[in-house]
Design a protein around this ligand. Sequence first.
Ligand SMILES: [Zn+2]
Length: 485
Amino acid sequence: MGNYIATLLNASPLLHTMNSVGNRIAFTNCHIFDGIHSELKEDMTLLVEGDKISNVGHRAQLTVPDNFYIIDTAGQTIMPGLIDNHVHLCSPFTYEATISAIRQMPMQVLLNNMRTVYSGVTTVCDMGGPQGIIKEFTELADKNHIPGPRYLNCYTLISPSNGKKLGYPSQVNVLNPFNAWLLEGQVATRPKTIKALKKACYKVRDSGGTHLKTTYQPQPFSEKKYATQDDFPIFNDEWMRTILEIGKETGLVVDIHSPYGMAAERCVDLAMAVGAKIRIQHMTFDIDFKDSIIKKMQDNGFYMIPTVTVFGDAFQMPKFVQWLDDDTKSHMMPEAKRQTKAMIQKGINIEPYSGQMVMECDNAYLRKHFNLVKQNTQKAHEARIIGIGTDCGGTNTGFFGRICSEVMHYFEFGIPLFEILKYLTSVNAEINGLNDRGVIQPGKLADLIALDGNRLLDPSALTEVSMVMKGGVFLKYRGEELTPF
Ligand SMILES: [Zn+2]
């Protein structure tokens, strides 16, 4: 489908009237959270030149030079663009290939990009999906031909292929071959030999990927257990070691979907033996996060991305159906909405028979374990081994633009707001080895967002981002979103 979207949109850079004022912008009379310090600096001036921040300081110390276009923010709060450490941005939210699904799919992926960047997220760590379409959208978003965030890519999940079932994730079964052809790739690559496994890993590196993504989950998100590994396959040690060795060799961090405690610990041990860098994706939710594993992760610079929203959404299922009916911001194309609603409703209908699953998820089971997610996230926060990520696009309720949901969970868990804001900016940047963003300092990328008034002390302020700038380009200004269609 190469260039389908580019053709559709006439492939021209997005033009917001605010982008015609020149490439020297001065924001005056603003509060600033700089990504590092636990404070709001008041009465500040921030200068942007081209795609970078050129200066920042208190009004009394920093005079706006000539030739700068001055924007008096009237007390808005400006902070670095947010970084989401776990999304599947090219998820089509369809589970069967109807004609409508096929026709609307590119627009759905475009909407995913738009909802993400307009919620204030200017960088995402993508955890994989159909590779061809990811590549296409990455390029379009980088050039600001569509409103979308900067991507860090792994292109594909690398999952086991043994056994009667294909293993996690099962979307690969429902995203049928025709769908996969259209999207130029499957949700996951499932190598059958070690040689094919190595090839898949090197392909990520050769495509310019920044991380490898794999799964190590021994059973579904359910009480239901399988008798053999054939029924819910995971990689064995030799295969995991192979991925980790390539991670070490290529310098790519290995992201492991591993929400069960024992499995996560096994991954940590294997990574330590190999000397690879890993991140565990999704908080351990079945057992206490042991001090021994926390220590190992601290000592080795390993991180955990809890994605609390995935577990917390299990409390909200009927609300999501309502939300889909009421959605006025057009998050979803009609066919994606119809299929997603049906999928969620199916989960609600089987609820009395807990033990059954929709897309490997048994919501009763996730709810039952939520307190462990809370305790474990608190412990990981105290040990400073977490970042923040949402898994938008990775579940059937993972609608885009919901980073605030993850923020609210952290806040309810007692994590101080400024700490959460650091996770969203400088800490997530550091976890990804990015030293060009996530903070407001001269020389850093002008990826900035603004919130109305001095509202940063209330976490729900992040639901209303009024300005989004990416590399000095306005994508949203005073609440007005650029739309490419
Ligand atoms: Zn995911």
